[in-house]
Every structure is written in C-alpha cells, then in structure tokens.
Design a protein around this ligand. Structure first.
Ligand code: SF4
Length: 354
C-alpha cells in the first residue's frame, strides 16, 4: 500500500502561516472588542447601537475569510503531480477521526470561495443570515473534504512484497528459498556448496533462531542445525517448553563457507536481503541470535557475544536476544556457560509470554 504524505499537524505549520493566522485572529479580536465596547456605552436604544457593531464584526470576519479563501484557492488550483493518486473518500486507517478537524486546511478556503462567488458581496444581509451562511459553508467544507491518508500503525508495518494478497507465508518462504537455490552472488561459496540451506521451520513462528552459516552436515542435507550443534539447539528449545516445529531456524548466510570458516562481511551483506525477507514474512516476536557472528551482523556492531548476550535489542519489530552458539557451548560445556544460555532462554520465554 502506497502511503500518501501524512496530514500536517496544525502545530507544524510554517511560522509564516502561524503569523498570518495570528494576525487574522488579532484583527478579528479587535473588531470584536470594538463591538463589545460599543455595547457597553450607555445609549437610549441599546439594540440600535449593538446591531451595527455586530454587523461590522461579522462583515470584517467574512471579508477576511474570503481573502484567505482566494489565496488558498490559488494554491489548491495548482496542477497535481502526474503520479499523485486520485483522491478517495476512503480513509486508510480505521479509527481516524472524521470531521473538519481531520480535513486538510485547503478544504475550507475552497468552500468559502465557492460560497462567496455564488452569493456576491451582500453587505445588507442580516448578521443571522450571514452566520447561517458561514455555518452552511463550513458544513459543506467538512462534507466535501477530500480523503485524508493518515500514517498510522502501518508506518512500521513489515509487510513484504513476498506477501502480496493471496500468497501464504509458506509460499512466500518457498519463493525466497527458490531464489536462494539459484543465487550466485558469492562466487567462492557457490563453488564449494553442495546444497543451499535457506532455513526451515514454522512460517508462523513467534520465535526465530538465527545462526552463523551452514556446516558440513547442513550443507549435505540442505537443512539448518542438523549436526551435534543442532541436537543441542533442539534441547535448548525444549528447555523452554517448545519444539523445533514451533520455531523457525535460519542462518546469516545460506551457503556453507569452505572449511567452516566464518562468512566474510561481503558474503553476509550479499545474503542479508534473503534473511530480512524471511523475518518480514514470519514476523516473529523474539529472535535469538546464536553466537557472535550472527549477533554482530544483525546488530551491526563489533561488540563480542559476551558483552552482547543476556538482554534484548529491537530488531525488525522483534526483540532480539543474543546468546552463545550451541557449538561454543559444546566446546565449553561448563555449568557456568550452560547457566548463562539457560538464563537467556528464560528471558526469551518470558518475553514470548508477555
Ligand atoms: Fe547467495 Fe547467500 Fe549463497 Fe551468497 S550465501 S551465494 S548471497 S544464497
């Protein structure tokens, strides 16, 4: 959905516009004060004195509104850009307040100008008649105001072109996987890979794990985390009451680096769009970054995993928790390492339940 520019808040009007408005109000206020002073003067026939003063006030207001209307109409009459969408009465965001307060300012001058052209400068009209005319014009302006496209919650919507109408999340993820299978962006990885490993799991997962890169066994099977580290990851998931079928598991890069080396920065950058599209389709509530390489690439930082782990970071609409990679835990299988990972996972569980 293409968003039209947000409706400017009146408080954000240029200073010039605010000055002009203040000037109008000041003059109108002066005329009103003059009318009230006239009303307080002793007179033999109060009604006869008040009536001209009120007529002057209404006439002054009316003339000023007409002048502003002509100026506003000149702005409104400029031809729209060719790409501008046609106005629609439909409001894009449910709950947008209806009525004149939500209409653009240009709607009102347009309505006043329309009224003044039809009516002409009828100085002899009674104050009641002029007030009724102004009320009718304001009502007409509100009813005929063009649609206002308001930026709302969709401002941070992570919808993706992969999820256009009628496409399921599974289909969208399959589309990403098909593109990964054809990808040749990283020449060295393409030359050495057996199979691509796009990721696997629940397309509606609230929890997503992101590792570093496929290893030898993953490269052979085309699935993520299926070796010894994968077995430990399965236990980690079970420790917070979930199964692998509940989550989605992916890696920073989808092809195995030769010799199980770390993915190079340009390889991670090449592959970043695939992962971002997967996250946008799944929209998990929590992402666990497994190991320093995953956390550093996702958070774009050089800080180490020991410093990063244990707390949440906002990432693509999710809460991202870095923790140790299962392979590291296997190499450092101490009570302290396991406790730290478990503590991190308990925070993940709490965040999922929040
Ligand atoms: Fe393409 Fe990613 Fe494989 Fe590089 S790692 S060749 S970007 S799929």
């Amino acid at each position: 959905m293409a968003d039209s520019p947000p409706t400017p808040d009146p408080a954000d009007q240029p200073a010039e516009g605010r000055s002009a408005a203040s000037g109008s109000q000041a003059q109108a206020g002066g005329e009103l004060a003059e009318g009230l002073r006239a009303e307080r003067r002793p007179a033999s026939d109060p009604a006869a004195e008040v009536r001209p003063a009120l007529e002057r006030v209404v006439r002054g207001l009316r003339n000023r509104l007409q002048g502003e209307a002509r100026a506003g109409l000149a702005t409104v009459a400029r031809p729209a850009a060719p790409s501008a969408p046609a106005p629609s009465r439909e409001r894009e965001v449910a709950g947008t307040p209806a009525g004149p307060e939500a209409a653009p300012d240009s709607a009102h001058p347009r309505a006043y100008a329309r009224g003044s052209e039809a009516e002409g400068d009828d100085a002899a009209a009674s104050p009641d008649a002029m007030a009724a005319q102004l009320k009718a014009e304001l009502t007409s302006a509100a009813e005929n105001a063009p649609a206002v496209h308001v930026r709302g919650p969709d401002l941070f919507d992570l919808r993706t072109p992969d999820l256009e109408e009628g496409v399921t999340r599974e289909d969208a993820l399959a589309r990403v996987a098909a593109e990964v299978a054809e990808c040749t962006r990283c020449a060295e990885l393409v030359a050495s890979r057996t199979r691509t490993v796009p990721g696997a799991g629940n397309a509606y997962a609230k929890l997503m794990f992101i590792g570093e890169a496929p290893g030898q066994e993953e490269d052979r099977q085309g699935l993520p985390f299926v070796g010894r580290a994968g077995e430990l990851l399965t236990k980690m998931i079970a420790s917070i009451g979930m199964t692998r079928e509940d989550v989605f598991i992916a890696n920073i890069v989808k092809c195995r680096p030769p010799g199980n080396r770390q993915p190079a920065p340009d390889e991670a950058a090449n592959c970043a769009t695939f992962l971002a599209r997967q996250i946008a389709v799944i929209r998990p509530k929590v992402i666990v970054a497994l190991g320093g390489v995953a956390a550093q690439n996702l958070l774009q930082t050089h800080d180490g995993i020991t410093r990063l782990r244990g707390r949440f970071y906002p990432y693509m609409g999710a809460s991202l928790m870095p923790t140790f990679h299962p392979a590291y835990v296997l190499r450092n299988y101490t009570p302290d390492t396991r406790k730290k990972v478990y503590d991190d996972l308990l925070k993940v569980r709490a965040e999922l339940d929040a």
